[in-house]
Design a protein around this ligand. Structure first.
Ligand code: PHE
Length: 383
């Protein structure tokens, strides 16, 4: 047994020139195809996150394969459903790396799941690009972890500024999800900026992912008479919170972040969510030619309008493809370096430059829910 292990180590040394913890990933470059792993919530309470992202990613990769692939090789996308569970995200990423020998990873949307999976990608030194996880800790995990979106220390202040300056809101209550890194971070960054601007936070109420009854928190908020309620959470809970707030007679403006973005928001929230505002990664009304071209192709393929995650998934995949095209050798290390050099990439969500912290510095789109759709209000950056 010992001899066997020793033998295979020697073998891998000669084959791949190194003994490391990259598993069999070097094999990915020897094959006739390039294996890319995708992990996302294709089922569960945030299923539209995974499904939309998947559609965006497939649109990008199918187009590359139809045009002959990269370096004469077709890209093989291997997709794993994590059911919206962090533990599952970690397990499927380990499987994608050690069994499927993927060269790189695309995912996740939710920060919780990216935070659970990224340490594994980093440990095995496989580059990972999150399309839309915005919590700052995600890319801090290490130098193999990237994202193509802005981060919450930007998004939170953007919404605070929009509320205070554009909507003239002076008193805000916050309703946050204790189980979500995204929610905790966004709460902190919004609160700080809103107070700095001279606004008042009347209270911060808590709930937990999966809760369905928010009446106690909303009753407390009602007595504080805030002008607005900031709800940094995902669409399922947001829709229910909006309904219950209106049932309790609360008229305050509802405000949120990118986690609201889903066609399901209008279904779950109904009339109650009309008029609410949130910040997002893109708007279908953006005049940007790259955005409009993406929307046209997406509609041709899927006969529906893409949401923000579809656009972010598309961008993450294309940034990865550009890196695959640039490298002289298809190894995780070279691909990692090429992703880090991404500059002025014309994405569907705007121009993407990966900074030294492996994040993308982009503007935010403020949208308003109107007639079960989204109305573009303005773009915002803090500069
Ligand atoms: N930004 C959210 C997070 O980090 C995820 C998200 C992105 C949700 C885009 C919806 C749209 O958890």
């Amino acid at each position: 047994m010992k001899k066997f292990i020793f033998g295979s180590l020697i073998l891998s040394f000669f084959n791949f020139g190194m003994i490391g913890c990259t598993g069999n990933s070097d094999k990915a470059s020897n094959d006739s195809e390039i294996r890319i792993g995708q992990f996302g919530s294709l089922t569960g309470a945030e299923a539209t996150f995974g499904q939309s992202t998947d559609k965006g990613i497939r649109l990008a990769i199918d187009a590359v394969n139809a045009a002959g692939g990269v370096k004469g090789k077709k890209i093989k996308l291997i997709t794993e459903d994590n059911q919206g569970k962090p533990d599952e995200a970690a397990a499927v990423v380990k499987k994608l790396i050690t069994q499927d020998n993927v060269l790189a990873l695309l995912g996740e949307v939710a920060s919780n799941r990216s935070l659970a999976a990224a340490p594994i990608a980093q440990q095995f030194r496989i580059p990972m690009i999150s399309p839309s996880s915005t919590n700052p800790k995600v890319t801090e995990i290490g130098n193999y972890i990237f994202r193509v979106c802005f981060i919450d220390p930007f998004q939170g202040p953007v919404m605070a500024k929009f509320a205070f300056e554009d909507l003239k809101v002076k008193k805000v209550a916050i309703l946050k999800d204790l189980k979500s890194d995204y929610s905790l971070g966004l709460t902190e960054f919004f609160e700080k900026k809103f107070k700095e601007l001279g606004g008042e936070i009347t209270s911060i109420q808590n709930f937990q992912t999966g809760d369905t009854d928010f009446k106690a928190q909303l009753t407390a908020i009602r007595s504080e008479k805030p002008d607005a309620i900031f709800i940094p959470a995902y669409y399922t809970e947001v829709g229910l919170i909006a309904r219950q707030a209106r049932q309790l007679g609360i008229k305050a403006t509802l405000l949120g972040g990118d986690g609201w973005d889903s066609p399901k928001l209008f279904e779950i929230g109904g009339e109650a969510i009309e008029g609410a505002y949130y910040s997002n990664h893109y708007s279908t009304e953006s005049p940007n030619p790259a955005t409009q071209e993406f929307i046209k192709k997406y509609k041709e393929k899927y006969s529906e309008t893409p949401d923000g995650m579809a656009a972010s998934g598309y961008d993450a995949a294309r940034v990865l493809v550009q890196a695959l095209e640039k490298v002289d050798e298809l190894t995780p290390d070279k691909v990692r370096e090429a992703i880090a050099e991404t500059k002025d990439f014309k994405g569907a969500t705007g121009t993407i430059t990966i900074d030294q912290n492996r994040n993308a510095d982009k503007e935010a789109f403020i949208v308003q829910v109107k007639d079960k759709g989204l109305k573009f209000i303005r773009t915002l950056s803090l500069k």
